[in-house]
Design a protein. Sequence first.
Lengths: 121, 121
Amino acid sequence: MSVSVVSLNEKFSKINVQNEYRIIAQMNNYYFKLVRMNREFIWHAHPDTDETFFVVEGELEIALRAKTLRLKKDDFVVIPKGIEHKPKSIGECKLILIEPAGTLNTGNAGGDLTDTREEWI
Amino acid sequence: MSVSVVSLNEKFSKINVQNEYRIIAQMNNYYFKLVRMNREFIWHAHPDTDETFFVVEGELEIALRAKTLRLKKDDFVVIPKGIEHKPKSIGECKLILIEPAGTLNTGNAGGDLTDTREEWI
């Protein structure tokens, strides 16, 4: 039986690097990923899917073309498919991302920050 | 622009009843639901979908046929489709459920506890 409890605290304690994604669970075709984000990301959109950002610790700003969202601990937001956004952490921000497997971090923008690795912890 | 930040604390503060589900967000065809659970639920399975239980506060036990899972704050579990499970809160447990819209709380079991309401807060 492979069903097991996932502890966010335990999983975060295993992540020693910033700005890399780690998969911690799968629900149907969706991944739950953790990241210790410490950067300003690039403008991009995901043409085919919504994407969820959940703040576990720290603060996150997500710029949209029309306004800037500000998230703190225990806040989350669903960015609808096709909506351009630019996430930026305020210092380090611990995040859960929920999105379909295969969703590219840079969406339609591509570029050097594109990260196609799928590393589980 | 309808994209907005969802605060778990603010949403929970609006829930005055136990054991009723409230929808707080949608990602593609998935709902994020909150519940202040205070009961032992029934054995059931969801034949067509996985289901995620995330504990925000309190403690939750989920009996499977092979073992019992124990979750506390910041723990979560994905119950695979088709796996029989019986959730039981230890006192009140504040939970986030993530599952496709239309997923029945009682799954394949039916019965008096079936709740088909879709109430947003």
